[in-house]
Design a protein around this ligand. Structure first.
Ligand SMILES: Cc1cc2nc3c(=O)[nH]c(=O)nc-3n(C[C@H](O)[C@H](O)[C@H](O)COP(=O)(O)OP(=O)(O)OC[C@H]3O[C@@H](n4cnc5c(N)ncnc54)[C@H](O)[C@@H]3O)c2cc1C
Length: 385
């Protein structure tokens, strides 16, 4: 039987970041358990890779203020590229309400130290991106340090560094039972064998609720399908563009390889584990795309290259991070609601801090406690994509 100081269930970007931050802090006896034969087959390998600090709640802004510079310096510090490109996020407001909302978010962001975020007038948007239809744009917000990463590469970089510094990963190891004794966590049983430990972290992404259930914890995390549509090579929109978000309907897009990547969250999508791509979605998204960028009516799309993955949603669209109440030694890093890649570095640091010292100064993570749902103390984030 293997023993480990900390066992991490799930080898996606969140589990990998936790393993990195633990080993970097000197905790070398770390074991990652991944049920697939390779990492990245969960949401991490399906992600759009967007990273932004333009949020409306302090705690999400704080998580990004740790994570984005971390991704920027990733290669220098870990010797592996994160693929970070600081091309920014540009939110286009089409009503006065949206514009006021962006402004008040930005005041909050500035107060927390994000000085680079700024408001942009319609004329500047129109001159920078004449391809956009701007007649209904009231203004915009832009932050140049927002941008994109390569989630798969970052996950691999975190894992390799952790393994080089003492951590271990078991692949094809599905967690089937969590053994408890009078002190809390005692052992983790997998399809590949048992690991004895006093500390375990649930980093099982969209499957986190069933893992938590193994320890008798009810976790309000549900899977929700999200679809992405890449275009074929397309030079009629600059490849240096930011992520551009049309707030009138939620359509957003960014440069990807020699083309673009289109995203839109269909409000009719119902929770579930379905990850098949629905070809009817192409028409729905193109309608919105061409409404903002008329030339997108002509953009070539091969639906066979499009894909779907799962968001891990919580009732208030904020993560659940911290110790699980009633089960000593059980930690949660779940429910990122579409922000798991951008907040993976901060989550790894927070979980490592909480395990090793019982506190953290990355963010006010008390807000992320699981108990908030029972207490009715939800966090309201409205800047969702
Ligand atoms: C289409 C799409 C676009 C997205 N865009 C963005 C974006 O732009 N920016 C952003 O920040 N986020 C984005 N996200 C969300 C982001 O991808 C996720 O929040 C993030 O990848 C979660 O990482 P994770 O490590 O928690 O989960 P995962 O990557 O899903 O990893 C969890 C792992 O746990 C393993 N596992 C599950 N159950 C068990 C078990 N019983 N035993 C052992 N292993 C188990 C799984 O196999 C999996 O590998 C997007 C998601 C999708 C689907």
């Amino acid at each position: 039987m293997r023993t480990a100081d900390v066992v991490i269930i799930g080898g996606g970007i969140v589990g990998a970041s936790i393993a990195y931050h633990l080993t970097a802090a000197g905790c070398r006896s770390v074991l990652i358990l991944e049920r697939e034969s390779a990492q990245g087959k969960g949401s991490t390998g399906k992600s759009m890779g967007g990273v932004r600090a333009q949020f409306s709640t302090d705690v999400n802004i704080q998580m990004s203020l740790y994570s984005i510079p971390f991704y920027r310096d990733f290669e220098a510090d870990l010797g592996h590229p994160s693929g970070y490109r600081g091309q920014g996020y540009l939110f286009l407001a089409t009503t006065q309400r949206q514009l006021d909302y962006l402004r008040s978010n930005q005041e909050r962001q500035h107060a927390l130290g994000l000085r680079q975020a700024r408001m942009i007038a319609r004329e500047e948007v129109a001159s920078d991106y004449p391809q956009l239809r701007t007649d209904d744009v009231m203004g915009a917000s832009f932050c140049p340090t927002d941008g994109f990463v390569d989630p798969y590469s970052a996950m691999t970089g975190f894992t390799s560094w952790a393994i080089d510094h003492g951590a271990e990963i078991w692949r094809s190891a599905e967690v089937t039972a969590i053994e408890l004794d009078s002190s809390g966590i005692a052992a983790i049983h997998t399809s590949k064998g048992t690991a004895q430990t006093r500390v375990v972290v649930n980093a099982a992404g969209a499957w986190a609720a069933s893992v938590a259930q193994l320890a008798g914890i009810e976790l309000p995390v549900v899977p929700l399908r999200r679809m992405l549509v890449p275009t074929e090579p397309w030079d009629a929109f600059p490849h240096t563009a930011p992520m551009i978000i049309d707030m009138s309907n939620g359509f957003h897009f960014r440069p990807e390889a020699r083309g673009l990547l289109f995203a839109w969250n269909d409000p009719e999508e119902q929770p579930g584990f379905n990850t098949s791509f629905d070809e009817a979605f192409v028409e729905k998204i193109l309608l919105r795309a061409a409404n903002r960028v008329p030339s997108f009516a002509e953009v070539p799309i091969n639906p066979k290259r499009a894909w779907a993955g799962l968001y891990e949603m919580t009732p208030d669209h904020h993560a659940i991070i911290g110790p699980a109440p009633g089960v000593p030694g059980f930690f949660l890093a779940n429910g990122f609601s579409g922000h798991g890649v951008m907040h993976a570095p901060a989550t790894g640091k927070v979980i490592a801090d909480l395990i090793l010292t019982g506190k953290t100064d990355v963010a006010d993570v008390h807000k992320f406690r699981l108990q908030r749902f029972a207490e009715g103390d939800l966090i309201h984030e409205t800047a969702l994509l």
